[in-house]
Design a protein around this ligand. Structure first.
Ligand code: KIV
Ligand code: ZN
Length: 498
């Protein structure tokens, strides 16, 4: 019988730590439910002591999902563990994930401590967490740069103290795949109880582009849990990508199986990308929009004769359905509702009506409305709750004329107008906006992206605006890129702390 590998999804914790990717609780519940239907075993729902928002999200996710274990992160500190236990009180299956740095540099510079004291703190944290839950995972932060002999002593001590899972993070993404595999093998061979009392988990970061390779090496050497994120999102270069591991195990006969329903991968990827305003690179393995697009003549010819010639994965296996219904201005509510469901979005009838009106307006401007467009529309209602909204925008620009913009903003129900010139249409519009909102703010980053192809496409704008020492992220989407830019700027302003 093949071995079972547990999928620990940390999209909502390590993934969500990315600046600009923060979700509100409702969005986190939406992602958590999608992860449940994808078949993950564990959802790391947050770091409850870090903020009231994280604390609340762990509570609400615990209530919303049934099958996956809900996990909460802590430091090896009693008040963190108390807080995690409290946040997990509604979870049907619960796990506390506690830990401490074990590499010499963490021990010396982060903790000003020594190896023996770190083991004592690790053991105390695990024992304390076991007072609240039966399932305790311990992480040895920076295990990738911790020497194996000492690491084995730490792992043995926490397993003896009652840890059920021991996480071996390559926190800095430094390990070579064979080194990481050997580390796992060393621990399997030198720690009593691995496999019986506790399992080992991988947790790899992608700083050198080796996260998936290291994770696989860990699995082939005995790890039985992998910590992964959808689209590989995460701090810096990200975490191991969940879809890559799931599909490697599906494509290769390694006698290792997961509970992942791979047909839900594409929808989950799109949902996470859209809610987190984090575009997926076009050539990203499995979920990039070019992942199954054969453009060279030789490849197209081969694929037309037989897909096996150049395709190792059937796109349908990851949920890409070539026969999906194309939505146009003539599509009805039912078709839109079905498409939203396929994309993993559940909506009330009232919300469906709002999205449908926006859909019809867009379908009038575009021939075909794509899945990405629909995700943007479904997310657009986020802007509806803004205090400051764009009421009206008119821009004149072109070659040989000085761009000029006239703008009207609705601020808590009251209308304010202004006009300004600029060196381009976006500059003119933002200058006009700044005449109404006279706060100190600087545009730090500005990217415009078309969702698909074609001049009639929806443009997505991501912005970072600095205000009083903090950076705020804004997102806008519109077929008019100047309007999308103003929407993104307003999205950021609406997040300013009063
Ligand atoms: O990368 C890391 O070391 C982590 C731990 C907190 C598990 O994310
Ligand atoms: Zn991490």
């Amino acid at each position: 019988m093949s071995e079972r590998l547990y999928i620990f999804d940390t999209t909502l914790r390590d993934g969500e730590q990315v600046p600009g990717c923060q979700l509100n609780t409702i969005e986190k519940i939406q992602v958590a439910k999608q992860l449940e239907s994808l078949g993950v075993d564990v959802i790391e729902a947050g770091f409850p002591i870090s903020s009231p928002g994280d604390f609340n999200s762990v509570i609400e996710i615990s209530k919303a999902v049934t099958w996956p274990t809900i996990c909460a992160l802590t430091r090896a500190v009693e008040k963190d563990i108390d807080c995690a236990a409290e946040a997990l009180r509604f979870a049907k299956r619960k796990r506390i994930h506690t830990g401490i740095g074990t590499s010499d540099s963490h021990i010396k510079y982060k903790f000003n401590s020594n190896r023996e004291e770190i083991i004592e703190r690790a053991v105390a944290a695990v024992k304390y967490a076991r007072r609240f839950v039966d399932d305790v995972e311990f992480y040895a932060e920076d295990a990738g740069r911790t020497d194996n002999e000492y690491l084995a002593r730490v792992v043995q001590a926490v397993v003896n103290a009652g840890a059920t899972v021991v996480n071996i993070p390559d926190t800095t993404g430094y390990c070579l795949p064979h080194e990481y595999g050997e580390k796992i093998k060393y621990l399997v061979e030198h720690v009593d109880g691995i496999g019986e009392r506790a399992i080992l988990s991988t947790h790899c970061h992608n700083d050198l582009g080796m996260a998936t390779a290291c994770t696989l090496a860990g699995v082939l050497n005995g790890a039985r849990q992998v910590e992964v994120t959808i689209n590989g999102i995460g701090e810096r270069a990200g975490n191991t990508s969940e879809e890559e591991i799931a599909m490697i195990l599906k494509c290769h006969n390694l006698d290792i199986q997961t509970n992942i329903n791979t047909r839900k991968i594409a929808a989950t990827s799109r949902m996470v990308s859209s809610l987190m305003n984090m575009p997926v690179q076009a050539n990203k393995a499995i979920v990039g929009r070019n992942a199954f697009a054969h453009s060279s003549g030789i490849h197209q010819d081969g694929v037309l004769k037989n897909t096996e010639t150049y395709e190792i994965i059937n796109p349908k296996d990851v949920g890409i359905d070539d026969n999906s219904i194309i939505l146009t201005a003539r599509s009805g509510h039912a078709a839109l509702k079905h498409r939203l469901e396929v994309l993993g979005i559940e909506v009330s009838e009232e919300k469906l009506n709002d999205i449908y009106s926006a859909f019809l307006a867009l379908a009038d401007k575009k021939k075909e409305v794509t899945d990405d467009d629909i995700l943007v529309l479904a997310g657009a209602e986020r802007a509806a709750s803004h205090q400051i909204k764009l009421d009206y925008l008119q821009v004149t620009s072109g070659l040989g004329v000085r761009p000029i913009a006239a703008i009207s903003l609705d601020i808590a129900g009251e209308k304010f107008q202004a006009a300004a010139e600029g060196n381009g249409p976006v500059d003119a519009a933002i200058r006009a906006l700044k005449q109404i909102i006279r706060r100190e703010m600087t545009l730090k980053e500005f990217t415009i992206q078309a969702i698909n192809k074609g001049s009639n496409d929806v443009g997505k704008v991501h912005m970072q605006v600095e205000h009083e020492g903090s950076v705020y992220y804004g997102f806008g989407a519109n077929t008019d890129i100047v309007a999308a830019s103003v929407e993104a700027y307003l999205d950021a302003i609406n997040k300013f702390k009063a």
